[in-house]
Design a protein around this ligand. Structure first.
Ligand code: UDP
Ligand code: MG
Length: 321
């Protein structure tokens, strides 16, 4: 039997939280009665600095059922950090932990499969979306581009896997050895190593509420993912520089020939386009380098990734009642 913890980051999720909690409660009760997981298995709901009634709801859920713990962050830290805070709370208390979204998009019926794979000796089990029928056309396309780009840039990510995954206690400890502030869990988990497997599931529609990832956030998430995992973009700049030096050599030759053959006045158009092109490329290159310097800046500061304001656990439940 596995002592299982489930970690759910919640940001302004009051519309779905009660439904999620009741479905999960039912699911875990079934698993407990089937003796798949132990009776002291738990669900940790992490409030990522919501500005609606999410935390009130979480405390209500916790006080009515000790299966639920609540963890409140001092402010909104973003999905990845909220997840990490929850994993931190689960650390050392369980055999395995599953992370999932609050909106019921991740099919909770496959939890059995996760646990089974874990018991077969996999420290990491990835939930992979078998289809994205319920996602919008736009989201499907952008996600596809994102995974392609990530693998092109040399980051090892599991395609079509988001943050629905199981980590065994050893993998969890391994994860916390990575101290980077720019956190991109999807890229770090494969680096932790250990034997892993996949579980396929059908991605559902968001049960209620709105997606917290509008286009702007999605782009910055993707950029973060790439620049915190790979230095290929910087290397590409160097190669581009080399190519341009070569091209300029050819251009020099070309202009010398034009001069000696008497065609030197023409060519304004090609000149002006190359000025724009080179100017643009230089700005782009500086921008990319800037991104990395920004990352280095943040890493050297070693700011905390999250601060937990309150943690409601069963012990506090006993004290209160
Ligand atoms: N989330 C969070 N902090 C944030 C944004 C999102 O904890 O700043 C949580 C959110 O509550 C949800 C999960 O991250 O449980 C995934 O977000 P969402 O479902 O909006 O993303 P999508 O499925 O649309 O990509
Ligand atoms: Mg979602």
């Amino acid at each position: 039997m596995t002592k299982l913890y489930i970690v759910i980051p919640c940001y302004n999720e009051e519309a779905v939280l009660l439904e999620t909690a009741s479905r999960l409660r039912e699911k875990l009760r079934t698993l407990m009665s089937e003796k798949i997981i132990t009776v002291d298995s738990k669900i940790i709901l992490v409030d990522d600095g919501s500005n609606d009634g999410t935390w009130e709801l979480i405390s209500k859920i916790h006080y009515s059922d000790s299966m639920f713990s609540g963890c409140k962050l001092t402010r909104n830290q973003g999905h990845q950090n909220a997840l990490l805070a929850g994993l931190d709370c689960a650390r050392g208390k369980c055999d395995a932990v599953i992370s999932m979204d609050a909106d019921l998009q991740d099919d909770i019926e496959v939890i059995d499969k996760f646990v089974k794979k874990y018991e077969e000796g996999n420290e990491v089990v990835y939930g992979v979306r078998s289809s994205r029928k319920k996602d919008s056309f736009f989201k499907c396309k952008t996600a596809k581009i994102f995974y392609k780009l990530m693998s092109l840039m040399g980051a090892e990510v599991v395609s079509n896997h988001a943050d629905y995954r199981l980590l065994g206690s050893r993998a969890l400890e391994g994860l916390f050895k990575f101290n980077e502030v720019n956190l991109f869990l999807r890229g770090i988990v494969p680096l932790v190593g250990y034997k892993s497997d996949k579980v396929y599931y059908e991605r559902k529609e968001r049960y209620a509420g709105k997606s917290k990832y509008p286009l702007k956030r999605m782009i910055s998430f993707a950029l973060d993912g790439i620049t915190s995992f790979s230095i290929k973009p910087i290397k590409m700049i160097t190669s581009l520089g080399v190519i341009f030096v070569l091209v300029s050599g050819i251009m020099l030759l070309y202009s010398l020939i034009s001069y000696f053959t008497g065609h030197s006045v023409s060519g304004w158009a090609s000149l002006i386009t190359s000025i724009w092109l080179l100017g643009g490329l230089q700005l782009l290159a500086i921008g990319i380098i800037g991104e990395y310097i920004g990352k280095v800046f943040l890493e050297t500061k070693k700011r905390p990734r999250y601060i937990i304001e309150e943690f409601l656990e069963e012990t506090s439940f006993k004290k209160e009642s």
